[in-house]
Design a protein around this ligand. Structure first.
Ligand SMILES: [Fe+2]
Ligand SMILES: [Fe+2]
Length: 189
């Protein structure tokens, strides 16, 4: 499937707002890839498709998890939207013909982060956070940081996410903690 065919198919399953977000992540990921020496095409595809399962709701989420052996625990049961990463990787392979393991990995972990994130995983994770449609206090600083110091920008976004989740009083997914410790550890050497 060409990237244009992927766009056409994606537009049918996402709201216009989320489709626009996906195009923003695609462009941001492609330019971050260029900056940090990652494959531009892979980054564009992963960015475009990262939310391809975002609008699957209700029981269908759990049915897909069962069918494709995606682990559901008490946290994802309480916050099923966290599952759109792993489900998205399955859907990207099944419905969009993506076979590249690096692309599927980046889609899979874009919501929580995880330990041992690859360069492409990191690019998609932060592109999702800073694409041009994102508006929050400090976004311009993180945008600039993502080009200058990718790991530091991810640390800022993870810290913000953890703070937000703590203030809300809900679960913190352990993969988010693993991602944060991993980034810190990687930069200690
Ligand atoms: Fe997402
Ligand atoms: Fe997203």
């Amino acid at each position: 499937m060409t990237i244009n065919e992927m766009k056409g198919k994606l537009e049918e399953v996402l709201s216009s707002k989320r489709f626009k977000h996906s195009l923003g992540v695609m462009d941001t990921a492609a330019s971050l890839a260029e900056r940090h020496g990652e494959d531009r095409e892979k980054a564009a595809i992963a960015g475009l498709l990262h939310d391809c399962a975002r609008e699957i709701k209700g029981q269908a989420v759990f049915d897909l998890c069962e069918k494709y052996h995606i682990n559901v625990d008490y946290i994802t049961l309480a916050q099923p939207e966290l599952l759109h990463g792993p489900i998205g990787a399955v859907v990207a392979a099944r419905d969009y013909g993506v076979e590249d393991k690096d692309i599927l990995s980046a889609i899979e972990c874009h919501t929580t982060g995880r330990e041992n994130m690859t360069l492409l995983d990191k690019i998609i994770f932060i592109a999702d956070y800073i694409e041009p449609g994102r508006k929050f206090p400090g976004v311009d600083e993180v945008r600039e940081l993502a080009y200058r110091d990718l790991d530091r920008s991810i640390l800022v976004s993870l810290d913000n996410t953890i703070r937000y989740v703590m203030d809300k009083g809900v679960f913190i997914h352990p993969d988010t903690i693993f991602a944060r410790n991993f980034i810190i550890k990687e930069n200690m050497r």
